[in-house]
Write a protein that binds this ligand. Structure first.
Ligand code: CUV
Ligand code: SF4
Length: 655
């Protein structure tokens, strides 16, 4: 891939890339230019699962492959390009599901400890949601205490990870028709860990060698993420820390403060971050910061942890994935506190050039050269204080290389699927009815989920922002999570005023009436489960078909990079959603595997993958799909406002 000319559309990022270059600091943006991506690995044609390999079976370049050549494209064991590409793909799903699952399990563990009173400092914040979840899980409520109910809920959900038989309980939340499809195909997942372990076994040397069978299990493992690990994490975090509601904040490196102790919380699991957000307001610690010459303590988030504490506390965000090293390049960060996932090892090298302390806090993720202060949920307050004190102690060590870019943008976040319900339906008749009605009458054309990472192989933030602007211009309401939401936040799309400026007339009129932005921030990557719940609520409210695959919706991860993104994409597709990925596609080495994912899955699941790096073309693919679904629902002509009476509504619902 040729080196792209523009590395980012975000001026703060560009400014810090230049600062890093002038100070001789190596960062991902610069290394991506030097490290050519391996074309054989990129297309999924490299197998390294046994020591007779690694075997490379790439597609011949620049010409059609003859059947003779295709026959010879095999590994030492005889594995075909199909098997190799499918195995690689399924292993990515397994890694992604394992990551979200391990996050969910850790939350369940802390949740149980809180319920049992073993984790002082934490408490159950959303009792309403606890009771709702208890009902869903069949837990007896009666006149039992919340504590007793929470213990039951925690124990039941903990068992969802290792369950050997039966189905994940959360599958029952999906539309009935969807559940039937999963059962018919044999992909309704058992325990989360069970499916991950089986994925690893099936992809071991000489095990499952039928690419279709492999990909079927890929769907099963991915569904164990979306409707299992991720959904459990979201639900329990909401109960523990509060279900998000709309909150104003700011985003970009400009949220760092020249005269305060800057602490960046980076990673994925929110309990440590939650406690730091609380403890940072402790007058004793603020006084300690002042004793070291700082005016106060300034917290900012990075990556998905940022989304978690933004959604619930309004803590500002310093930046998305590709900005993590750049935050240190400002020279103004006293501590970069990390836990698990998406943490660049490059942080430690960059930190050597400044005064920043990189602090690892999780027993599962240590980095050579970093300071390890392990978070212990039994002593949460003390752990958080120790981290903050280490940051304060580092304030006097700031060098003379401090430069904080002035860029920061206002955002509104905190749209859980429950708040969408209230906002659109009103507090007393909370429902998705108004959203469905506005889709049926055509003011809103459809809904798009734009999610996922940033990737140094494409112009940072550009693909996200260009795609989303095109979608809202065409009256598609956009819901976002992860680094995608941050890209659009920096570009000014997460405020209500963006509706008048960027959205089509229909979408803008709805946003203005309700007072919401045209792009809704739903949280971290695990909160893609909120999108599943929102889509299910749309189906259940009626008028838009009776399965997720009937809805005029589409998904995209246009700058994806992590294995978690593949797991997410696969569970969306297996839930019936058309999903487009950008950057590069990891199975192009096998036409059969790619066709299966891009075409065959549609007849099986009603959803399918697509690959397209160009944001305008991604938008077209998504809008075409939305229009196709509108047509199938018979609402393609309804572009003007029509007032439906009950008879018409019933007729629509019976479609
Ligand atoms: Ni979990 S997975 S880079 S932080 S969205 Fe951001 Fe989100 Fe991808 Fe990682
Ligand atoms: Fe090569 Fe087969 Fe071993 Fe893979 S499993 S590395 S294709 S010999």
């Amino acid at each position: 891939m040729a080196e792209k000319e523009i590395k980012s559309i975000d001026p703060a990022t560009v400014e810090m890339i230049e600062k890093a270059a002038s100070e001789g600091v190596s960062i991902a943006f610069e290394r991506a230019g030097k490290m050519t991506a391996c074309p054989i690995g990129a297309e999924g044609s490299c197998c390294s699962i046994c020591a007779m390999g690694p075997c490379r079976v790439p597609l011949p370049r620049g010409k059609e492959e003859t059947p003779e050549e295709k026959k010879k494209r095999r590994g030492v064991c005889g594995a075909t390009a199909e098997t190799i590409a499918a195995r690689n793909f399924v292993r990515k799903i397994a890694a992604g599901t394992a990551s979200h699952g391990d996050h969910g399990r850790e939350v369940a563990k802390v949740f149980l400890e809180v319920a049992r009173g073993e984790a002082p400092g934490f408490e159950i914040k959303d009792e309403q949601k606890l009771l709702q979840l208890a009902l869903d899980l069949g837990v007896n409520i009666g006149n039992r205490s919340n504590k007793e109910i929470a213990i039951d809920v925690g124990e039941i959900l903990m068992k969802e990870f290792g369950k050997q038989e039966g189905e994940l309980l959360m599958l029952k939340r999906a539309p009935i028709k969807r559940q039937e499809i999963w059962r018919k195909l044999g992909v309704a997942p058992r325990g989360v860990d069970r499916e991950v372990a089986e994925a690893m076994h099936r992809t071991h040397m000489g095990c499952d060698q039928d690419y279709q069978d492999l990909l079927l299990h890929g769907a099963r493992a991915a569904l164990a993420d979306g409707w299992g690990g991720s959904m459990i994490a979201t639900e329990l975090q909401d109960i523990l820390f509060g279900t998000p509601s709309p909150v104003a904040s700011q985003i970009n490196l400009g949220v760092l403060k020249e005269d305060e102790v800057n602490i960046i919380i980076h990673g994925h699991e929110p309990y440590m971050a939650e406690m730091i957000a609380v403890v940072a307001q402790d007058p004793e610690l603020i006084a300690y910061a002042k004793s070291k010459g700082a005016k106060g303590i300034n917290l900012a988030g990075m990556c998905c942890t940022a989304n978690e504490i933004l959604m619930r506390h309004g803590v500002p965000i310093a930046g998305n994935f590709l900005q993590q090293e750049l935050a240190i390049v400002t020279g103004a960060v006293e501590a970069m506190v990390v836990d698990v996932q998406c943490i660049m090892q490059g942080l430690v090298e960059v930190a050597r050039c400044y005064h920043t302390k990189v602090i690892t806090t999780d027993r599962r993720a240590k980095i050579e050269g970093a300071t390890h202060i392990e978070f212990d949920e039994h002593k949460a307050v003390e752990s958080a204080k120790a981290v903050i004190r280490a940051a304060i102690d580092n304030f006097p060590n700031r060098g003379d290389k401090v430069r904080i870019p002035s860029y920061k943008t206002d955002i509104i976040a905190g749209f859980s699927h429950e708040t969408i319900n209230y906002l659109l339906g009103g507090l007393f008749r909370a429902s998705y009815r108004p959203l469905n009605d506005n889709i049926i009458n055509g003011r809103i054309r459809g809904v798009a989920g734009v999610v996922g990472c940033s990737n140094a192989r494409v112009t940072h933030d550009d693909v996200h922002v260009t795609l989303v602007k095109e979608l809202i211009k065409n009256d598609v309401l956009v819901v976002e999570t992860g680094c995608a939401a941050m890209a659009c936040g920096k570009a000014g799309l997460l405020v209500p005023e963006a509706a008048a400026q960027y959205a089509g007339a229909g979408l803008a009129s709805v946003c203005e009436a309700v007072g919401i932005p045209p792009v809704l921030h739903l949280g971290a990557c695990i909160d893609n489960s909120r999108i599943l719940m929102a889509a299910t609520a749309m189906v259940k409210d009626g008028g838009l078909g009776d399965d997720l695959s009937d809805l005029p919706v589409a998904g995209a991860a246009p700058e994806w990079m992590s294995e978690k993104a593949i797991a997410i994409g696969q569970y969306f597709v297996s839930s019936g959603v058309f999903t487009v990925f950008g950057v590069t596609w990891p199975t192009t080495g096998s036409k059969a595997v790619t066709d299966y994912l891009f075409k065959d899955m549609e007849s099986m699941y009603g959803g399918m993958w697509a690959f397209e790096p160009d944001p305008m073309k991604i938008a077209k693919l998504m809008i075409d799909h939305i229009d196709k679904k509108r047509k199938a629902l018979g609402i393609d002509k309804a572009r003007e406002r029509v007032l439906y009476d009950m008879a018409m509504r019933r007729e629509l619902e019976s479609v």
